[in-house]
Design a protein around this ligand. Structure first.
Ligand SMILES: [Fe+2]
Ligand SMILES: [Fe+2]
Length: 285
């Protein structure tokens, strides 16, 4: 990285690249595929569309609420664009729900705390975590041919935008912290702390999803399509590799999320070692 994090040049670069990579499209007119009965049933059986829709609505609301508090005009313009994209994500999911008759009830948005910047930062780290895990899950789902490829192409647009959001966010954080004079160690500790919060929230969501899905029919066959031969190690490897692939299109001068890939890399090495030592352990036993 040749740019000095936190400098004016850095700010100009991460904001400009974010804005220049904007794609214009209307969720209504995307090439939504016709689904046969089996695919339709599989799509409708996915238990988390309501949560996805809510998450995107909430994302737009947080970003737009934070917007008037952004002092720097260049950063504000970029944050405004992110607000537009998040709002469009919610619309995209809504279009899909309506088009395919998916059962999803609208949930009220919670009230945001008075400190909207902290809400935005919490949301940003949450996006980093969701996107990283989403990369692996998306690859698994796509390879399982759970839905037609045309459907995954549409979701891929959304994934690419989320990747731009997290690159923007990581650079925004580095710029913000540097301007406040925080040193690297403080920044790393802070990231770890925010990731902890994001992970807790994600677990809460999974638990809520399980409760809501109680008695509903995400049948064993459907889950099996995803999970047949599921290996935790392969999932983590997929997250890691997909993250690297998606990040490779960004300007190397920009910062990228580092903590989660590093943790995943460590985990994969550990799991490989574990896998290798198991036959040995069995033999010695
Ligand atoms: Fe989004
Ligand atoms: Fe996003």
């Amino acid at each position: 990285m040749t740019l000095k994090a936190g400098s004016e040049a850095h700010k100009e670069q991460f904001c400009r690249q974010f804005m220049e990579s904007y794609q214009q499209y209307d969720p209504e007119t995307l090439p939504w595929p016709e689904l046969d009965d089996a695919a339709l049933a599989r799509l409708r059986g996915v238990p988390f569309w309501q949560e996805v829709y809510h998450t995107e609505q909430r994302a737009g609301a947080i970003v737009n609420a934070f917007l008037p508090h952004v002092v720097d005009p260049v950063v504000r313009e970029a944050v405004a664009l992110q607000g537009v994209e998040e709002t469009r994500h919610a619309r995209l999911i809504r279009v899909m729900i309506d088009r395919y008759g998916i059962d999803a009830t609208e949930q009220p948005l919670e009230k945001f705390p008075a400190d909207l910047e902290t809400a935005f930062i919490d949301f940003g780290f949450g996006e980093c975590l969701d996107a990283f895990l989403g990369f692996g899950a998306f690859k698994t789902a796509r390879e399982s041919e759970f839905l037609p490829a045309a459907m995954f192409d549409i979701f891929d647009v959304l994934m690419s935008e989320e990747t731009r959001h997290i690159v923007f966010f990581i650079n925004y954080m580095a710029w913000r912290e540097k301007r406040r004079g925080h040193v690297a160690l403080t920044r790393s500790l802070k990231s770890a702390w925010f990731y902890g919060r994001a992970a807790r929230r994600l677990l809460g969501m999974v638990r809520r999803g399980q409760d809501a899905n109680d008695g509903r029919d995400f049948s064993v066959t459907q889950a099996n399509m995803f999970l047949d031969g599921f290996s935790f190690r392969r999932f983590v490897e997929d997250c890691y590799r997909e993250n690297a692939r998606r990040m490779s299109v960004f300007d190397p001068d920009l910062m990228q999320p580092r903590l989660l890939p590093a943790v995943a890399d460590l985990a994969v090495r550990g799991l490989r070692l574990w896998d290798r030592s198991r036959p040995l352990a069995r033999r010695t036993a």
